[in-house]
Design a binder for this molecule. Structure first.
Ligand SMILES: N[C@H](CCC[C@H](N)C(=O)O)C(=O)O
Length: 279
């Protein structure tokens, strides 16, 4: 790919959901090449490796806008963990202050960079499209599957144990006709006695389990509250073992409003891509 190397990148981790973030206010990768660029740089072991690519760009009225690509090169409307990382990056680069507003395909995201502990809180887009009463057989047992869009589509399944075949069951639901043609992310949720959640997620566009999914833990919390299984604020342990906090007003489901996601957004390293990162 004939680009203007070296290309400065920042590798970030939002609770184990990892991203390559690039200051793209000076266009470096032509738009038609961006999906392929995302696939190549997100390829683990052969390149940087990540669940997604975030390009930060100027916006006429907001602090910035972003382009978000999954590791398979597909564009996603929103990414909760990626939004937290983008806000931390923008603050560190002087692109925005601690309180920020930026544009995504799903809508305008408000973010707050909190203190020095690398924590960021983002206000999510209003959830919509809540569905229940979908029963799907997974292991000889019929599970009720809930659906809600928290910026991207999510199917939510409550399980008694988190020791389940996330990749196998996740793929079956991700491609299930109930969620065609857009497909969906899939969240497997165990509710603890104290009303905390453990959430393991199969992500559309990564096509594997990720260590955390921000819109996924929000979907899980909204459905769990709607089902009377817990109350906001909801502590969530993610598949990678890190903690995220979801809080909102209202009864959950798509009646959840003022939805916030908070957690760490870590800067892992800063570096520069060489042309060999795209072979
Ligand atoms: N893979 C998702 C987008 C990223 C969501 C996830 N990483 C998050 O933190 O919300 C999709 O294509 O719908």
């Amino acid at each position: 790919m004939n680009l203007d190397f070296p290309i400065a990148i920042t590798k970030m981790s939002g609770a184990g959901n990892d991203f390559i973030v690039i200051d793209h206010r000076r266009p470096l990768v032509p738009e038609p090449l961006q999906p392929q660029f995302a696939q190549l740089v997100c390829r683990r072991r052969f390149s940087v490796g990540a669940d997604g690519l975030i390009l930060i760009e100027d916006d006429e009225e907001l602090d910035f806008r972003w382009r978000f690509y999954n590791s398979d090169g597909s564009v996603a409307e929103m990414c909760g963990n990626g939004a937290r990382c983008a806000a931390r990056f923008a603050f560190r680069q002087g692109i925005a202050g601690r309180s920020q507003r930026f544009r995504t395909v799903a809508g305008v995201i408000e973010a707050e960079v909190i203190g020095e502990q690398e924590h960021v809180s983002v206000r999510m887009t209003e959830p919509f499209g809540y569905r229940d009463g979908i029963f799907i057989n997974l292991d000889g047992t019929s599970y009720e599957v809930f659906f809600i869009n928290t910026g991207v589509p999510h199917a939510v399944v409550f399980v008694a144990s988190d020791q389940i075949p996330v990749r196998e069951w996740g793929r079956r639901l991700r491609f299930h006709e109930q969620f065609a043609p857009a497909g969906t992310n899939v969240d497997f949720v165990r509710v603890d006695g104290d009303g905390a959640l453990l959430v393991r997620t199969y992500e559309r566009g990564v096509e594997d389990e990720t260590m955390a999914c921000g819109t996924g833990v929000v979907a899980a919390a909204l459905v769990a509250v709607r089902q009377g299984l817990c109350e906001s604020p909801v502590d969530v342990t993610t598949g990678g073992g890190e903690q995220l906090l979801v809080q909102f007003t209202g009864e959950g489901g798509e009646q959840g409003t003022d939805v916030y996601l908070q957690g760490a957004a870590r800067i892992v390293y800063e570096g520069a891509l060489s042309p060999e990162a795209l072979l």
